[in-house]
Design a binder for this molecule. Structure first.
Ligand SMILES: Cc1cc2nc3c(=O)[nH]c(=O)nc-3n(C[C@H](O)[C@H](O)[C@H](O)COP(=O)(O)O)c2cc1C
Length: 188
């Protein structure tokens, strides 16, 4: 969806419901490293639009959510992620987390993007279930957006999801590939 009613707002309860659902998205080792920046400041929304190819959804949608990830969440008190698990599970998981991510910068970044991608889809499906429309976006200057939202050094921006009340039908699908090109059986 590319066109949104600029006068519509989600209620605080709706925002809480939407974000509660997004937070149920799975993450490897349950590290929950996504950070969802909801941009409420109208001036900041305009500044972000100006570094997002002037795309109208950035200011017209009810919510602009900048999906970010903490690349170092795996080493920030990781016992939090397993505190309700049985002792032996904790004893297995905590060293496994450390071993999986430590000194593996590419793995940390890949994992962040995987998790944000899944969370973005959760947000979009949850929004739809609440009667709203959405648009995933990466048409923006990542460094400029990072500066505008004071992105910490050990975080990255993954993408935006905007959510709101659509005012026009989505564009027709512009060119779906045939299933036999994208679905592979057993081996390439
Ligand atoms: C990662 C990602 C980034 C996207 N970035 C933009 C964007 O910046 N602006 C935009 O209007 N649409 C953006 N889209 C939407 C795609 O253009 C759209 O999903 C695609 O054309 C297929 O249309 P459909 O989702 O209606 O099937 C993006 C989609 C994805 C998955």
């Amino acid at each position: 969806m590319k066109h949104f009613d600029p006068d519509h707002n989600l209620t605080e309860d709706e925002i809480t419901e939407l974000m509660s659902l997004a937070m149920l998205s799975p993450t490897a080792f349950n590290i929950q490293h996504w950070r969802f920046v909801i941009v409420r400041d109208k001036e900041l929304r305009k500044q972000i639009r100006s570094v997002s190819w002037d795309q109208a959804q950035v200011t017209d949608a009810s919510l602009l959510i900048v999906l970010c990830a903490d690349l170092k969440a795996w080493e920030k008190e990781p016992d939090r992620y397993w505190r309700n698990a049985p002792g032996p599970v904790q004893e297995f998981m905590l060293p496994a987390i450390d071993q999986y991510y430590r000194d593996h910068d590419q793995v940390q970044r890949d994992e962040a993007l995987r998790s944000c991608g899944i969370a973005a889809q959760t947000l979009m499906l949850a929004a739809k279930s609440m009667g709203y429309d959405s648009c995933p976006m990466d048409g923006f200057d990542f460094d400029a957006v990072g500066k505008l939202i004071n992105l910490p050094d050990d975080h990255i921006v993954a993408m935006f999801v905007v959510v709101g009340k659509g005012t026009k039908a989505a564009w027709p699908r512009p060119g779906q590939l045939p299933m036999n090109e994208v679905v592979i059986t057993d081996r390439f």
